[in-house]
Design a protein around this ligand. Structure first.
Ligand SMILES: [Zn+2]
Length: 113
């Protein structure tokens, strides 16, 4: 039942994925579910086909569905990875800053802190 709810949420969120209107947290959850659920991945493929495919056909361009889906997912995943990298970088820098401050206090005030 919980599983079913997740799939329902996923399918409801597909248009937002296509619009790129997810937060990073939402995107992470979305991609994580897609990786574990073939049915939702299938549903997403269909929706990409419908939205992108129609636009491409109107432009008169050839449309490679598999390629298009992989491109979209790859873009989303690399954005997600970049976001996680930046968050980690900020945490490391904060850690270094706190450490430097402690060292400074230690040196400046001696052992009395
Ligand atoms: Zn699912």
């Amino acid at each position: 039942m919980g599983y079913f709810m997740v799939c329902k949420e996923f399918i409801k969120d597909i248009p937002r994925f296509l619009d790129d209107s997810f937060t990073y947290k939402e995107l992470k959850e979305f991609l994580a579910h897609m990786d574990t659920c073939e049915e939702c991945k299938e549903e997403l493929s269909i929706q990409i086909l419908v939205t992108e495919g129609v636009a491409r056909l109107e432009e008169g361009n050839a449309f490679d569905l598999q390629n298009e889906i992989e491109k979209r997912l790859e873009e989303a995943k690399s954005r997600q990875r970049m976001h996680e990298f930046l968050v980690r970088l900020i945490l490391i820098m904060l850690g270094v800053a706190v450490f430097a401050l402690l060292i400074f206090c230690f040196v400046y005030f001696g052992f009395d802190i």
